[in-house]
Design a binder for this molecule. Structure first.
Ligand SMILES: *Cc1c(COP(=O)(O)O)cnc(C)c1O
Length: 376
């Protein structure tokens, strides 16, 4: 049985009729940018995330960019973030002329920690961006405490953590701003590009709304130099329907992860994900660590099991950042993760049978070499 890494069609089929009604109304009104569906989505997202306000954006990348712009991050400023993340977290910092200051990640949670952040703070540090990698939130208390002491804003990159919990609080609701992506493959996915920023701060929320629309609060009167980061009405309509199913689909992912963990518990060559106490992981990605990752990826593909690598190169070693001068060995945990992570198929509609097949094939692939060569 072949198993894909990700399959969006079944989930979209189940909501297609509801979504078509919303899209039909948009075509009838022919009002395509922002508008009542985006407003409605913003209210529903704010309620869902436990933040007071949500502002729709054109992507997760733009959510991060506009949040940094609202905090006036500019040339000469430093922003601390993990080296192990999707490129966008760093790219937006550089796009504003500021300097990303990379730090390593914790070897168990794969997120940044208060101690790692503290060691990287300088008088130029103007923001800290924890990334809730793969759907598990970073240990926020120590980070928020030290940030508060030093007056540095914390922006959560919650692009992989829709609905994840830390001490009962939702991802995105702990920092001054929380950024979300609704790229189709995320736990909450649009029919194209979309994103949002959530915040408790009314002033910041107003600023985000102005900045995403070329700095205009009133049409053609520009108080700021903003950007076009507006969300499409169509994406708003799609996301309003899909948001209703986010909790149940996260629950399905969590059940799949438990089954994977259980089936792999006796396999010494595979390190399964760790969930920190008082955290609810929502498994945007289910990544295990293995030796000989590239060989396994290939062998699994030959058996029809599509796995993936998130991510093969940590950001500090990307060609785009060569000029920052980080070398191999700068962040050993991030570098090791880049060599060892193997993402197994994960999406809500995955069946128990498919999961058993993935694990059986993985065990077969591991057995292709003498045991001492595979010990992780
Ligand atoms: C997906 C993602 C982004 C960017 O979101 P887009 O909607 O693709 O622009 C940023 N950070 C992380 C951690 C992501 O996973």
């Amino acid at each position: 049985m072949a198993v894909p890494m990700l399959e969006l069609a079944p989930q979209n089929a189940s909501v297609k009729d509801q979504i078509l009604q919303g899209l039909s109304a948009i075509i009838d009104r022919s009002s395509f940018v922002l508008g009542e569906n985006v407003k409605g989505l913003e209210a529903e997202l704010a309620e869902y995330s436990g933040a007071r306000y949500a502002v729709g954006m054109s992507s997760g990348t733009d959510a991060l960019l506009i949040a940094l712009m609202a905090l006036d991050i500019k040339h000469g400023d430093e922003v601390i973030l993990p080296s192990f993340t999707f490129f966008a977290t760093a790219g937006v910092v550089s796009r504003l002329g500021a300097t990303p200051v990379f730090i390593d990640i914790d070897p168990e949670t794969f997120n940044i920690t208060g101690a790692l952040v503290e060691a990287a703070i300088t008088p130029r540090t103007k923001a800290i961006i924890p990334v809730h990698l793969f759907g598990q939130m970073a240990d926020m208390d120590p980070i928020l405490q030290l940030a508060r002491r030093r007056g540095i804003p914390v922006i959560e990159d919650a692009c992989q953590a829709h609905g994840a919990l830390y001490q009962g609080k939702k991802a995105g609701s702990l920092g001054v701003a929380g950024c979300f992506s609704f790229y189709p493959g995320k736990n909450l996915g649009a029919f194209g590009e979309a994103g949002a920023v959530v915040t408790h701060d009314a002033t910041l929320s107003a600023k985000l709304q102005v900045l995403r629309d070329h700095g205009q609060a009133r049409k053609y009167f520009h108080s700021d130099i903003g950007w076009n980061a507006r969300m499409d009405g169509i994406q708003g309509a799609v996301l309003r329907v899909k948001l209703k199913y986010l909790e149940s689909s996260n629950q399905q992912r969590r059940a799949h992860a438990s089954l994977y963990n259980e089936l792999l518990s006796a396999t010494e060559q595979v390190i399964t994900p760790f969930t920190a106490p008082d955290n609810q992981h929502i498994y945007h990605i289910y990544a295990v660590r293995v030796r000989e990752r590239d060989r396994l990826l290939q062998a699994m593909a030959e058996r029809g099991i599509a796995c993936a690598i998130h991510y093969p190169v940590p950001i500090h070693l990307q060609e785009a950042y060569r000029s920052l001068g980080y070398g191999e060995g700068s962040f050993p945990v991030a570098e090791r993760c880049a060599r060892e992570f193997l993402s197994l198929p994960m999406y809500p509609e995955l069946s128990g049978q498919q999961i058993r097949t993935v694990v059986a094939e993985l065990k077969t692939c591991l057995g292709e070499r003498k045991p001492q060569e595979c010990v992780a």
